[in-house]
Design a protein around this ligand. Structure first.
Ligand SMILES: NC(=O)C1=CN([C@@H]2O[C@H](COP(=O)(O)OP(=O)(O)OC[C@H]3O[C@@H](n4cnc5c(N)ncnc54)[C@H](OP(=O)(O)O)[C@@H]3O)[C@@H](O)[C@H]2O)C=CC1
Ligand SMILES: O=CCCC(=O)O
Length: 291
């Protein structure tokens, strides 16, 4: 099967590489074109613009940073819309808000193309090993056609109905994850400041009812001030912001998420946006202990 792939950041690079290694023919494009070279060394072809990729491929996947990037790649000059037409499918796997996804859907379907949103749960390593959780919504026929690719990229795919539902599910999941990361950071700090060994806290947490892969995976690195980015903090803050907007629209009070968003904003203001989102832990270190 031949697919196009737009956006070779942390996730897009790992996902397109995985497709290549599993026998897919892949044509890639990235805004910074030099990032295509590694994929080409593994057998990918390059499209010089999103339009060129769409022209070449029946199905094209996008994995882009945020709503502005997702819209720009579709609507701007040399974008997806210039070549999309009947018989072609576009699958946006970026994390965006439902409104952005609906705008893209309208643009693609107005030209006769098929559209599926399919944001993912899971980070760099699951992307490398094909263990993502795919949250798809939109064109059911395109979803079914994409299953061979989704089976390579993920361990489980959900079809959630109309466009917007995939985006909503993803934002709810990441809102919970971002709040958990803040509670975890506060717990590590409280353990340390009150004279406990935070490593003991990691062991205790791992044996109890709130054990989870995120605490287990990120905790030891956080205690070594290692925030090598798997999920960049700027994207987590974007997701909290978009989840809070969804809360506004649905009159859902979310004081925990709002406080977490403020912590991520503070971390961005400290220059930590490109670090892993666990770097929000650093926001607690600027407060010195006082008696
Ligand atoms: N990292 C993770 O753990 C996960 C991330 N996600 C989501 O997946 C998406 C991608 O994440 P990730 O790979 O980590 O992000 P990166 O920041 O590593 O990559 C972002 C990609 O978007 C491109 N891009 C940014 N702005 C534009 C623009 N205006 N026009 C065209 N291309 C643009 C970048 O191109 P360039 O190289 O030129 O800058 C790059 O290819 C995000 O929506 C994120 O929230 C979802 C699940 C997990
Ligand atoms: O959007 C990013 C999700 C990261 C994860 O699920 O580990």
């Amino acid at each position: 099967m031949e697919v196009g792939f737009l956006g070779l950041g942390i996730m897009g690079k790992a996902m397109s590489m995985n497709l290549l290694k599993n026998g897919f023919k892949v044509t890639v494009w990235n805004r910074t074109l030099s990032k295509c070279n590694e994929l080409v060394a593994h057998g990918a072809s390059i499209g010089k613009t999103p339009a060129e990729v769409i022209n070449k491929c029946k199905v094209t996947i996008a994995m882009l940073s945020d709503p502005a990037a997702a819209l720009s790649v579709v609507l701007d000059k040399d974008g997806v819309l210039e070549q999309i037409c009947g018989g072609k499918g576009y699958i946006d796997m970026s994390t965006v808000d439902p409104e952005t996804s609906c705008k893209i859907n309208e643009a693609i379907t107005s030209k006769g193309g098929q559209f599926l949103e399919a944001p993912v749960s899971g980070s760099k390593q699951p992307a490398e090993t094909g263990q993502l959780v795919i949250l798809a919504a939109g064109d059911k026929a395109l979803y079914e056609a994409a299953i061979p690719a989704f089976d390579i990229l993920g361990k489980k795919s959900f079809f959630l109905g109309q466009v917007g539902n995939g985006a909503k599910m993803k934002l709810v999941v990441n809102m919970i994850m971002g709040s958990m990361m803040n509670a975890f950071s506060e717990g590590l700090t409280l353990a340390d400041r009150s004279g406990l060994n935070p490593r003991d806290l990691l062991d205790v947490l791992d044996l109890g009812a709130i054990a989870n892969p995120m605490f287990k995976g990120k905790g030891p690195a956080m205690l070594q001030n290692n925030y090598s980015p798997a999920f960049p903090l700027k994207h987590q803050q974007k997701d909290m912001r978009l989840a809070l907007a969804l809360g506004d629209e649905n009159s859902v009070p979310m004081p925990v998420a709002a406080a977490s968003n403020e912590a991520f904003k503070k971390a961005r203001s400290m220059g930590l946006g490109d670090m892993d989102f666990s770097a929000v832990f650093e926001t607690l270190k600027v407060l010195k202990h006082s008696s």
